[in-house]
Write a protein that binds this ligand. Sequence first.
Ligand code: NAP
Length: 454
Amino acid sequence: MSILSVNPATEKTLQEFDALSDREIEQKLHDSVDAFARQKSSSFDERKSFMHKAADLLDAESGEWAAIMTAEMGKTLRSAKAEAEKCAWVCRFYADHAEEFLADETVATEATNSFKRYLPLGPVLAVMPWNFPFWQVFRFAAPALMAGNTGLLKHASNVPQSALGIEEIFRRAGFPHAAFQTLLIGSDKVEPILRDHRVRAATLTGSGQAGASVAAIAGKQIKKTVLELGGSDPFIVMPSADLEKAVKVAVTARTQNNGQSCIAAKRFIVHRDVFGEFRDAFVAGFEALKIGDPTADDTDIGPLATADGREDCDQLVKKVLDAGGQRLTGAEIIEGTGYFYRPGILEVPADDAEKFDDEIFGPVSMLFEARNLEQAVHIGNATPFGLGSTIFTNDAAEREYACNELEAGATFVNAMVASHPKLPFGGVKASGYGRELSTEGIREFTNIKTIFVK
Ligand code: NAP
Protein backbone atom coordinates (compact mmCIF):
# COMPACT_ATOMS: atom_id res chain seq x y z
CA MET A 1 0.00 0.00 0.00
CA SER A 2 1.29 3.47 -0.76
CA ILE A 3 0.66 6.70 1.10
CA LEU A 4 0.32 9.79 -1.03
CA SER A 5 1.08 13.41 -0.41
CA VAL A 6 -1.17 15.40 -2.78
CA ASN A 7 -1.35 19.18 -3.08
CA PRO A 8 -5.06 20.06 -2.76
CA ALA A 9 -4.59 23.39 -4.54
CA THR A 10 -3.09 21.82 -7.68
CA GLU A 11 -4.22 18.16 -7.33
CA LYS A 12 -0.62 17.17 -8.11
CA THR A 13 0.96 14.22 -6.31
CA LEU A 14 3.99 15.54 -4.45
CA GLN A 15 5.42 12.32 -3.03
CA GLU A 16 4.53 8.69 -2.62
CA PHE A 17 5.62 6.57 0.33
CA ASP A 18 5.44 2.83 0.96
CA ALA A 19 3.44 1.93 4.03
CA LEU A 20 5.42 0.07 6.68
CA SER A 21 5.48 -3.72 6.48
CA ASP A 22 4.44 -5.79 9.49
CA ARG A 23 8.11 -6.50 10.18
CA GLU A 24 8.96 -2.81 10.17
CA ILE A 25 6.06 -2.09 12.53
CA GLU A 26 7.32 -4.83 14.87
CA GLN A 27 10.78 -3.28 14.87
CA LYS A 28 9.36 0.13 15.74
CA LEU A 29 7.34 -1.27 18.64
CA HIS A 30 10.45 -3.03 19.90
CA ASP A 31 12.49 0.18 19.60
CA SER A 32 9.78 2.15 21.37
CA VAL A 33 10.06 -0.12 24.42
CA ASP A 34 13.85 0.24 24.42
CA ALA A 35 13.53 3.99 24.11
CA PHE A 36 11.08 4.04 27.00
CA ALA A 37 13.72 2.55 29.29
CA ARG A 38 16.01 5.46 28.38
CA GLN A 39 13.26 8.07 28.57
CA LYS A 40 12.16 6.84 31.99
CA SER A 41 15.62 7.00 33.47
CA SER A 42 16.43 10.42 31.99
CA SER A 43 16.08 13.51 34.15
CA PHE A 44 13.63 16.34 33.66
CA ASP A 45 16.62 18.56 32.92
CA GLU A 46 17.76 16.34 30.05
CA ARG A 47 14.30 16.16 28.54
CA LYS A 48 13.87 19.88 29.08
CA SER A 49 16.98 20.65 27.02
CA PHE A 50 15.81 18.36 24.17
CA MET A 51 12.36 19.94 24.21
CA HIS A 52 13.82 23.45 24.10
CA LYS A 53 15.94 22.39 21.15
CA ALA A 54 12.78 21.09 19.39
CA ALA A 55 11.18 24.49 19.99
CA ASP A 56 14.23 26.28 18.59
CA LEU A 57 14.17 24.11 15.45
CA LEU A 58 10.47 24.83 14.95
CA ASP A 59 11.05 28.57 15.24
CA ALA A 60 14.20 28.69 13.14
CA GLU A 61 12.69 26.55 10.37
CA SER A 62 9.06 27.62 10.62
CA GLY A 63 9.04 28.69 6.95
CA GLU A 64 10.13 25.24 5.74
CA TRP A 65 7.67 23.35 7.96
CA ALA A 66 4.91 25.74 6.95
CA ALA A 67 5.60 25.09 3.27
CA ILE A 68 5.14 21.35 3.84
CA MET A 69 1.86 21.82 5.72
CA THR A 70 0.47 24.15 3.05
CA ALA A 71 1.53 21.87 0.22
CA GLU A 72 -0.03 18.80 1.83
CA MET A 73 -3.33 20.10 3.16
CA GLY A 74 -3.93 23.55 1.72
CA LYS A 75 -3.93 25.83 4.76
CA THR A 76 -2.60 29.31 4.08
CA LEU A 77 1.14 29.66 4.42
CA ARG A 78 0.60 32.46 6.92
CA SER A 79 -1.44 30.23 9.21
CA ALA A 80 0.95 27.31 8.74
CA LYS A 81 3.86 29.45 9.91
CA ALA A 82 1.83 30.52 12.93
CA GLU A 83 1.10 26.84 13.58
CA ALA A 84 4.81 25.92 13.63
CA GLU A 85 5.41 28.80 16.06
CA LYS A 86 2.56 27.67 18.30
CA CYS A 87 4.18 24.21 18.41
CA ALA A 88 7.40 25.85 19.60
CA TRP A 89 5.34 27.56 22.32
CA VAL A 90 3.84 24.28 23.60
CA CYS A 91 7.28 22.63 23.59
CA ARG A 92 8.72 25.45 25.71
CA PHE A 93 5.69 25.46 27.98
CA TYR A 94 6.07 21.79 28.89
CA ALA A 95 9.88 21.96 28.90
CA ASP A 96 9.62 24.62 31.60
CA HIS A 97 6.67 23.29 33.59
CA ALA A 98 6.62 19.47 33.34
CA GLU A 99 8.70 18.96 36.46
CA GLU A 100 6.43 21.22 38.50
CA PHE A 101 3.23 19.60 37.09
CA LEU A 102 4.51 16.11 37.89
CA ALA A 103 6.16 16.79 41.25
CA ASP A 104 5.24 14.53 44.15
CA GLU A 105 2.20 15.83 46.05
CA THR A 106 2.14 15.15 49.74
CA VAL A 107 -1.23 14.34 51.30
CA ALA A 108 -1.40 14.25 55.08
CA THR A 109 -2.79 10.92 56.37
CA GLU A 110 -2.05 8.58 59.27
CA ALA A 111 1.09 7.44 57.38
CA THR A 112 4.55 8.76 58.17
CA ASN A 113 4.56 9.98 54.62
CA SER A 114 1.94 9.62 51.90
CA PHE A 115 1.94 11.24 48.54
CA LYS A 116 0.96 11.06 44.86
CA ARG A 117 3.65 10.40 42.28
CA TYR A 118 3.21 10.76 38.51
CA LEU A 119 5.08 8.05 36.60
CA PRO A 120 5.20 7.56 32.82
CA LEU A 121 3.20 4.73 31.26
CA GLY A 122 5.33 3.64 28.29
CA PRO A 123 4.70 3.73 24.52
CA VAL A 124 1.58 5.76 23.68
CA LEU A 125 -0.09 5.54 20.27
CA ALA A 126 -1.33 8.85 18.84
CA VAL A 127 -3.79 8.70 15.93
CA MET A 128 -3.94 12.20 14.51
CA PRO A 129 -5.84 14.22 11.87
CA TRP A 130 -4.53 16.34 9.04
CA ASN A 131 -6.25 19.64 9.78
CA PHE A 132 -3.54 21.06 12.04
CA PRO A 133 -0.86 18.61 10.93
CA PHE A 134 1.81 19.87 13.35
CA TRP A 135 -0.21 21.33 16.22
CA GLN A 136 -2.39 18.27 16.86
CA VAL A 137 0.73 16.15 17.19
CA PHE A 138 2.85 18.54 19.25
CA ARG A 139 0.15 19.17 21.80
CA PHE A 140 0.21 15.42 22.49
CA ALA A 141 3.94 14.83 22.05
CA ALA A 142 5.38 17.68 24.12
CA PRO A 143 3.70 16.64 27.40
CA ALA A 144 3.94 12.90 26.67
CA LEU A 145 7.69 13.02 26.07
CA MET A 146 8.32 15.40 28.97
CA ALA A 147 6.47 12.95 31.24
CA GLY A 148 8.92 10.24 30.15
CA ASN A 149 6.70 8.30 27.75
CA THR A 150 7.52 7.40 24.16
CA GLY A 151 5.29 8.33 21.22
CA LEU A 152 4.13 6.34 18.21
CA LEU A 153 2.40 8.53 15.65
CA LYS A 154 -0.14 7.24 13.17
CA HIS A 155 -0.83 10.45 11.30
CA ALA A 156 -3.59 10.98 8.74
CA SER A 157 -2.71 9.31 5.45
CA ASN A 158 -2.71 12.59 3.48
CA VAL A 159 0.05 14.28 5.52
CA PRO A 160 3.03 11.86 5.45
CA GLN A 161 5.62 14.60 4.90
CA SER A 162 4.41 16.45 8.00
CA ALA A 163 4.48 13.19 9.96
CA LEU A 164 8.06 12.45 8.96
CA GLY A 165 9.07 16.07 9.59
CA ILE A 166 7.84 15.89 13.19
CA GLU A 167 9.82 12.70 13.81
CA GLU A 168 12.87 14.43 12.39
CA ILE A 169 12.45 17.43 14.70
CA PHE A 170 12.45 15.26 17.84
CA ARG A 171 15.40 13.24 16.58
CA ARG A 172 17.47 16.33 15.81
CA ALA A 173 16.46 17.82 19.16
CA GLY A 174 18.37 14.99 20.86
CA PHE A 175 15.65 12.71 22.22
CA PRO A 176 16.79 9.06 22.46
CA HIS A 177 16.53 7.00 19.29
CA ALA A 178 12.87 5.94 18.81
CA ALA A 179 11.52 8.12 21.62
CA PHE A 180 9.14 9.52 19.00
CA GLN A 181 8.44 7.51 15.85
CA THR A 182 6.18 8.02 12.90
CA LEU A 183 4.43 4.93 11.58
CA LEU A 184 3.47 5.36 7.95
CA ILE A 185 0.46 3.05 8.01
CA GLY A 186 -3.18 3.00 6.99
CA SER A 187 -5.91 2.98 9.62
CA ASP A 188 -6.32 -0.82 9.16
CA LYS A 189 -3.05 -1.29 11.07
CA VAL A 190 -4.26 0.59 14.14
CA GLU A 191 -6.12 -2.37 15.62
CA PRO A 192 -3.19 -4.81 15.85
CA ILE A 193 -0.97 -2.07 17.26
CA LEU A 194 -3.57 -1.16 19.86
CA ARG A 195 -3.90 -4.81 20.82
CA ASP A 196 -0.15 -5.13 21.32
CA HIS A 197 0.65 -5.34 25.04
CA ARG A 198 3.66 -3.04 24.57
CA VAL A 199 1.41 -0.11 23.68
CA ARG A 200 0.12 1.19 26.99
CA ALA A 201 -2.37 3.88 25.99
CA ALA A 202 -3.75 5.75 23.00
CA THR A 203 -5.02 9.15 22.03
CA LEU A 204 -7.08 9.93 18.94
CA THR A 205 -8.03 13.25 17.46
CA GLY A 206 -10.47 12.91 14.61
CA SER A 207 -13.98 11.83 13.76
CA GLY A 208 -16.44 10.14 16.10
CA GLN A 209 -16.37 7.01 13.98
CA ALA A 210 -12.61 6.60 14.28
CA GLY A 211 -12.75 7.51 17.98
CA ALA A 212 -15.41 4.92 18.73
CA SER A 213 -13.40 2.25 16.95
CA VAL A 214 -10.18 3.04 18.80
CA ALA A 215 -11.97 3.32 22.15
CA ALA A 216 -13.73 -0.03 21.63
CA ILE A 217 -10.51 -1.86 20.76
CA ALA A 218 -8.58 -0.21 23.59
CA GLY A 219 -11.48 -0.89 25.97
CA LYS A 220 -11.27 -4.60 25.29
CA GLN A 221 -7.58 -4.45 26.21
CA ILE A 222 -8.31 -2.24 29.27
CA LYS A 223 -6.15 0.55 27.91
CA LYS A 224 -6.50 4.21 28.69
CA THR A 225 -7.65 6.47 25.84
CA VAL A 226 -8.10 10.18 25.32
CA LEU A 227 -10.48 11.20 22.53
CA GLU A 228 -10.64 14.63 20.87
CA LEU A 229 -13.49 14.36 18.40
CA GLY A 230 -15.76 16.53 16.32
CA GLY A 231 -17.62 19.66 17.24
CA SER A 232 -20.40 21.90 16.01
CA ASP A 233 -19.69 24.84 18.27
CA PRO A 234 -22.39 27.44 18.94
CA PHE A 235 -21.58 31.16 18.71
CA ILE A 236 -24.24 33.23 20.48
CA VAL A 237 -24.64 36.98 19.98
CA MET A 238 -26.74 39.06 22.38
CA PRO A 239 -27.90 42.68 21.92
CA SER A 240 -25.49 43.98 24.60
CA ALA A 241 -22.47 42.77 22.56
CA ASP A 242 -20.07 44.89 20.55
CA LEU A 243 -21.66 43.84 17.26
CA GLU A 244 -18.86 44.95 14.98
CA LYS A 245 -16.36 42.91 16.95
CA ALA A 246 -18.74 39.94 17.11
CA VAL A 247 -19.10 39.89 13.32
CA LYS A 248 -15.35 40.17 12.74
CA VAL A 249 -14.61 37.32 15.15
CA ALA A 250 -17.50 35.26 13.73
CA VAL A 251 -16.07 35.39 10.20
CA THR A 252 -12.63 34.30 11.39
CA ALA A 253 -14.03 31.70 13.79
CA ARG A 254 -15.83 29.95 10.94
CA THR A 255 -13.31 30.29 8.16
CA GLN A 256 -9.96 29.82 9.94
CA ASN A 257 -7.99 26.89 8.54
CA ASN A 258 -10.21 26.96 5.43
CA GLY A 259 -13.17 26.08 7.63
CA GLN A 260 -11.69 22.80 8.83
CA SER A 261 -11.26 23.17 12.56
CA CYS A 262 -12.94 21.12 15.27
CA ILE A 263 -13.34 24.25 17.41
CA ALA A 264 -14.53 26.45 14.57
CA ALA A 265 -17.82 28.12 15.45
CA LYS A 266 -20.26 26.36 13.13
CA ARG A 267 -23.69 27.47 14.30
CA PHE A 268 -24.33 31.20 14.81
CA ILE A 269 -27.27 31.97 17.07
CA VAL A 270 -28.20 35.63 17.15
CA HIS A 271 -30.78 37.41 19.30
CA ARG A 272 -33.66 38.74 17.19
CA ASP A 273 -33.07 42.38 18.23
CA VAL A 274 -29.72 42.41 16.39
CA PHE A 275 -30.29 39.56 13.95
CA GLY A 276 -30.79 41.61 10.76
CA GLU A 277 -27.78 43.82 11.39
CA PHE A 278 -25.57 40.84 12.26
CA ARG A 279 -26.75 38.82 9.23
CA ASP A 280 -26.01 41.59 6.73
CA ALA A 281 -22.53 42.28 8.11
CA PHE A 282 -21.76 38.55 8.41
CA VAL A 283 -22.69 37.97 4.75
CA ALA A 284 -20.59 40.98 3.71
CA GLY A 285 -17.65 39.61 5.74
CA PHE A 286 -17.89 36.23 3.99
CA GLU A 287 -18.17 37.81 0.55
CA ALA A 288 -15.04 39.89 1.16
CA LEU A 289 -12.84 36.84 1.78
CA LYS A 290 -10.17 36.20 -0.80
CA ILE A 291 -10.12 32.59 -1.97
CA GLY A 292 -7.18 31.15 -3.87
CA ASP A 293 -3.54 30.10 -3.80
CA PRO A 294 -2.75 29.28 -0.16
CA THR A 295 0.87 30.35 -0.57
CA ALA A 296 -0.11 33.93 -1.51
CA ASP A 297 0.17 36.53 1.27
CA ASP A 298 -3.27 38.01 0.70
CA THR A 299 -5.24 34.74 0.52
CA ASP A 300 -7.77 34.16 3.29
CA ILE A 301 -9.08 30.77 2.20
CA GLY A 302 -7.26 27.97 0.42
CA PRO A 303 -8.71 24.69 -0.82
CA LEU A 304 -10.24 21.99 1.33
CA ALA A 305 -7.73 19.27 2.12
CA THR A 306 -9.18 16.42 0.07
CA ALA A 307 -11.68 15.77 -2.71
CA ASP A 308 -13.68 13.48 -0.41
CA GLY A 309 -13.78 16.12 2.33
CA ARG A 310 -15.16 18.66 -0.13
CA GLU A 311 -17.79 16.21 -1.32
CA ASP A 312 -18.85 15.44 2.28
CA CYS A 313 -19.14 19.16 2.99
CA ASP A 314 -21.27 19.73 -0.11
CA GLN A 315 -23.54 16.79 0.75
CA LEU A 316 -24.17 18.20 4.23
CA VAL A 317 -24.98 21.61 2.72
CA LYS A 318 -27.55 19.93 0.47
CA LYS A 319 -29.01 18.14 3.50
CA VAL A 320 -29.45 21.49 5.30
CA LEU A 321 -31.10 23.05 2.23
CA ASP A 322 -33.42 20.06 1.85
CA ALA A 323 -34.42 20.35 5.51
CA GLY A 324 -35.53 23.99 5.14
CA GLY A 325 -32.29 25.96 5.21
CA GLN A 326 -31.90 28.99 2.97
CA ARG A 327 -28.65 29.93 1.24
CA LEU A 328 -27.63 33.54 1.99
CA THR A 329 -24.30 33.34 0.21
CA GLY A 330 -21.74 30.84 -1.15
CA ALA A 331 -21.65 27.25 0.11
CA GLU A 332 -20.84 25.68 -3.23
CA ILE A 333 -18.06 23.87 -5.05
CA ILE A 334 -15.80 26.12 -7.10
CA GLU A 335 -15.24 24.30 -10.38
CA GLY A 336 -11.70 24.00 -11.75
CA THR A 337 -8.39 22.71 -10.43
CA GLY A 338 -8.07 22.27 -6.68
CA TYR A 339 -10.56 21.33 -4.00
CA PHE A 340 -11.87 24.86 -3.52
CA TYR A 341 -15.20 25.57 -1.82
CA ARG A 342 -16.89 28.96 -1.60
CA PRO A 343 -17.44 30.02 2.03
CA GLY A 344 -21.15 30.22 2.69
CA ILE A 345 -23.94 31.00 5.12
CA LEU A 346 -27.20 29.07 5.44
CA GLU A 347 -30.07 30.57 7.44
CA VAL A 348 -31.99 27.83 9.24
CA PRO A 349 -35.24 27.82 11.22
CA ALA A 350 -34.51 28.07 14.95
CA ASP A 351 -37.51 26.00 15.99
CA ASP A 352 -36.12 22.98 14.13
CA ALA A 353 -32.59 23.28 15.55
CA GLU A 354 -32.36 19.54 16.26
CA LYS A 355 -32.58 18.84 12.51
CA PHE A 356 -29.36 20.78 11.91
CA ASP A 357 -27.00 18.96 14.20
CA ASP A 358 -24.32 17.74 11.76
CA GLU A 359 -20.76 18.96 11.86
CA ILE A 360 -20.03 20.63 8.51
CA PHE A 361 -16.24 20.35 8.10
CA GLY A 362 -15.81 23.20 5.64
CA PRO A 363 -16.33 26.99 5.57
CA VAL A 364 -20.11 26.95 5.95
CA SER A 365 -22.12 28.63 8.72
CA MET A 366 -25.60 27.83 9.91
CA LEU A 367 -27.37 30.95 11.16
CA PHE A 368 -30.29 30.89 13.63
CA GLU A 369 -32.47 33.73 14.97
CA ALA A 370 -33.23 33.28 18.69
CA ARG A 371 -36.04 34.85 20.72
CA ASN A 372 -34.03 35.04 23.93
CA LEU A 373 -30.94 33.67 25.66
CA GLU A 374 -32.72 30.55 26.92
CA GLN A 375 -33.65 29.61 23.37
CA ALA A 376 -30.14 30.47 22.14
CA VAL A 377 -28.57 28.14 24.69
CA HIS A 378 -31.15 25.45 23.90
CA ILE A 379 -30.16 25.66 20.21
CA GLY A 380 -26.50 25.72 21.24
CA ASN A 381 -26.94 22.42 23.06
CA ALA A 382 -29.06 20.79 20.34
CA THR A 383 -26.28 18.67 18.85
CA PRO A 384 -24.57 15.48 19.97
CA PHE A 385 -21.32 17.48 20.32
CA GLY A 386 -19.89 19.51 23.18
CA LEU A 387 -16.47 20.87 22.30
CA GLY A 388 -16.23 24.68 22.39
CA SER A 389 -18.79 27.49 22.63
CA THR A 390 -18.81 31.27 22.41
CA ILE A 391 -21.05 34.04 23.66
CA PHE A 392 -20.78 37.70 22.80
CA THR A 393 -22.47 39.72 25.55
CA ASN A 394 -21.67 42.54 27.92
CA ASP A 395 -24.25 41.48 30.46
CA ALA A 396 -22.85 39.67 33.52
CA ALA A 397 -26.00 37.64 34.17
CA GLU A 398 -26.13 36.44 30.56
CA ARG A 399 -22.46 35.52 30.71
CA GLU A 400 -22.95 33.45 33.87
CA TYR A 401 -26.02 31.72 32.47
CA ALA A 402 -24.21 30.74 29.27
CA CYS A 403 -21.06 29.60 31.09
CA ASN A 404 -23.14 27.32 33.31
CA GLU A 405 -25.64 26.04 30.78
CA LEU A 406 -23.72 25.51 27.54
CA GLU A 407 -22.75 21.83 27.31
CA ALA A 408 -19.17 22.18 26.13
CA GLY A 409 -15.58 21.71 27.22
CA ALA A 410 -15.00 25.47 26.92
CA THR A 411 -17.00 28.69 26.83
CA PHE A 412 -15.26 31.79 25.49
CA VAL A 413 -16.85 35.16 26.21
CA ASN A 414 -16.35 37.97 23.66
CA ALA A 415 -13.51 35.98 22.07
CA MET A 416 -12.88 33.18 19.60
CA VAL A 417 -12.41 29.66 20.94
CA ALA A 418 -8.75 28.69 20.72
CA SER A 419 -6.45 26.22 22.41
CA HIS A 420 -3.88 27.60 24.85
CA PRO A 421 -1.02 25.59 26.41
CA LYS A 422 -1.95 26.85 29.88
CA LEU A 423 -5.63 25.86 29.66
CA PRO A 424 -7.16 22.38 29.41
CA PHE A 425 -8.65 21.44 26.05
CA GLY A 426 -11.26 18.79 25.34
CA GLY A 427 -14.93 18.06 25.04
CA VAL A 428 -18.00 16.44 26.52
CA LYS A 429 -20.76 14.36 24.89
CA ALA A 430 -19.78 13.10 21.41
CA SER A 431 -16.78 15.45 21.33
CA GLY A 432 -14.81 12.99 23.42
CA TYR A 433 -13.24 12.71 26.83
CA GLY A 434 -9.99 13.43 28.59
CA ARG A 435 -8.07 16.66 28.33
CA GLU A 436 -5.01 17.89 26.49
CA LEU A 437 -2.76 20.79 27.47
CA SER A 438 -2.29 22.40 30.87
CA THR A 439 -1.63 20.27 33.99
CA GLU A 440 -4.47 17.91 33.10
CA GLY A 441 -2.98 17.11 29.69
CA ILE A 442 0.41 15.96 30.96
CA ARG A 443 -1.18 13.84 33.69
CA GLU A 444 -3.43 11.89 31.27
CA PHE A 445 -0.61 9.55 30.28
CA THR A 446 0.85 8.95 33.71
CA ASN A 447 0.33 6.39 36.42
CA ILE A 448 -0.91 8.48 39.33
CA LYS A 449 0.67 6.31 41.95
CA THR A 450 -0.20 6.39 45.63
CA ILE A 451 2.83 5.99 47.90
CA PHE A 452 2.08 5.21 51.56
CA VAL A 453 4.98 4.88 54.01
CA LYS A 454 4.05 3.71 57.51
P1 NAP B 1 -10.72 10.83 10.71
O1 NAP B 1 -11.14 10.29 9.43
O2 NAP B 1 -11.31 10.27 11.95
O3 NAP B 1 -9.13 10.69 10.75
C1 NAP B 1 -8.37 11.02 11.89
C2 NAP B 1 -7.29 9.98 12.09
O4 NAP B 1 -7.91 8.72 12.41
C3 NAP B 1 -6.46 9.69 10.84
O5 NAP B 1 -5.15 9.40 11.24
C4 NAP B 1 -7.13 8.46 10.25
O6 NAP B 1 -6.25 7.71 9.46
C5 NAP B 1 -7.49 7.71 11.50
N1 NAP B 1 -8.60 6.79 11.34
C6 NAP B 1 -9.70 6.90 10.56
N2 NAP B 1 -10.53 5.86 10.74
C7 NAP B 1 -9.95 5.06 11.67
C8 NAP B 1 -10.31 3.83 12.28
N3 NAP B 1 -11.45 3.22 12.00
N4 NAP B 1 -9.48 3.30 13.19
C9 NAP B 1 -8.33 3.91 13.50
N5 NAP B 1 -7.92 5.07 12.96
C10 NAP B 1 -8.73 5.66 12.06
O7 NAP B 1 -10.94 12.38 10.85
P2 NAP B 1 -10.90 13.47 9.70
O8 NAP B 1 -12.18 13.41 8.99
O9 NAP B 1 -9.66 13.37 8.94
O10 NAP B 1 -10.82 14.79 10.63
C11 NAP B 1 -11.90 15.56 10.86
C12 NAP B 1 -12.57 15.24 12.18
O11 NAP B 1 -11.65 15.39 13.25
C13 NAP B 1 -13.67 16.24 12.46
O12 NAP B 1 -14.76 15.60 13.05
C14 NAP B 1 -13.01 17.20 13.45
O13 NAP B 1 -13.90 17.93 14.22
C15 NAP B 1 -12.19 16.24 14.25
N6 NAP B 1 -11.13 16.95 14.97
C16 NAP B 1 -11.22 17.06 16.32
C17 NAP B 1 -10.26 17.77 17.03
C18 NAP B 1 -10.32 17.93 18.53
O14 NAP B 1 -9.35 18.37 19.11
N7 NAP B 1 -11.42 17.62 19.18
C19 NAP B 1 -9.22 18.36 16.34
C20 NAP B 1 -9.16 18.23 14.95
C21 NAP B 1 -10.12 17.51 14.28
P3 NAP B 1 -6.37 7.74 7.83
O15 NAP B 1 -6.06 9.11 7.40
O16 NAP B 1 -5.36 6.74 7.40
O17 NAP B 1 -7.79 7.34 7.52
